[in-house]
Ligand binder design. Structure first.
Ligand code: SF4
Ligand code: FES
Length: 264
């Protein structure tokens, strides 16, 4: 065992960590307990590395950037989705229970495959600019209004951590639900004037209960998103757009009968 290198700050933390290796037939899901002295400014990212270095090198978890940019280190922290690198132990009680994010395929222990989920979502919503004219590399760059560019950039800030999807009651029970991150992606392209998909085309993608009308309004995604994306506004925007698409023809149909009744 390697000697701890960190100065203790007083508290002894107890970590209860989910363990399971789905590719090992002898493995079964269970919780393992580890104890660690808390150090100043300790994050869960640091704690997990110390547990792996000092107590159990077989512990699996994901990370890359350690600065809330890569989206790899999402996990359930005392039942709430969050980023390990973005969560200070000082904000947590003495006992910290860690589970892998639900919804995504388990790789092992705290590690899940968010990549496959986001890839299928991106393919499903065709997450790229759809232009009808062929690309002209010599053409001048299209100009965009500052406010609109900022709104699009806001959607682009998603780091694909999967925390919103894991927190979503519907995504947990309906695998086909496009999920909050998917809705955010759709809204980003719907807003973009360079994307020439019509409201009717979007309607086919988002109007079912696998799309925006499948959301039951719990809005945990909005509270959970570690990047503070305005997911509540995203849903409201999509609902407004889709309702306008349905209501406008209905209003037009109602027009003649209104005129008839006014003649009566
Ligand atoms: Fe993570 Fe937020 Fe993107 Fe959801 S919307 S995947 S919580 S960054
Ligand atoms: Fe990259 Fe946490 S390690 S987001």
């Amino acid at each position: 065992m390697i000697e701890p290198r960190h100065e203790a700050s007083g508290r002894k933390l107890r970590f209860e960590i989910f363990r399971y290796n789905p590719v090992d037939p002898s493995s079964h899901p269970h919780m393992d307990t580890f104890e660690l002295g808390e150090t100043p400014y300790m994050t869960l990212f640091i704690a997990l590395h110390r547990i792996r270095e000092e107590q159990d090198p077989s512990l699996q978890f994901d990370f890359s950037c350690r600065s809330a940019v890569c989206g790899s280190c999402g996990l359930l922290i005392n039942g709430r989705p969050g980023l390990a690198c973005h969560t200070r132990t000082a904000d947590l009680p003495d006992t910290i229970r860690l589970h892998p994010l639900p919804v995504f395929k388990l790789i092992g222990d705290l590690s899940v495959d968010t990549g496959s989920w986001f890839r299928q979502m991106a393919q499903r919503v065709e997450s790229w600019i759809h232009e009808k004219v062929p690309f002209d590399p010599k053409a001048q760059e299209a100009r965009m209004d500052d406010d609109l560019a900022r709104a699009i950039y806001e959607g682009e800030r998603c780091i694909e951590c999967g925390c919103c999807v894991a927190s979503c009651g519907v995504a947990n029970v309906r695998p086909q639900f496009v999920g909050p991150a998917g809705m955010n992606r759709i809204a980003r392209f719907m807003m973009d004037p360079r994307d020439e998909r019509t409201d009717s085309e979007w309607f086919d993608v988002v109007s079912s209960d696998e799309g925006v009308f499948g959301c039951v309004g719990l809005m945990a995604c909005h509270d959970i998103c570690p990047k503070g994306l305005p997911l509540l506004e995203v849903y409201a925007y999509l609902r407004r757009k889709m309702l306008a698409k349905v209501m406008t023809p209905l209003a037009r149909e109602a027009e003649p009968s209104k005129r008839q009744s006014s003649k009566m």
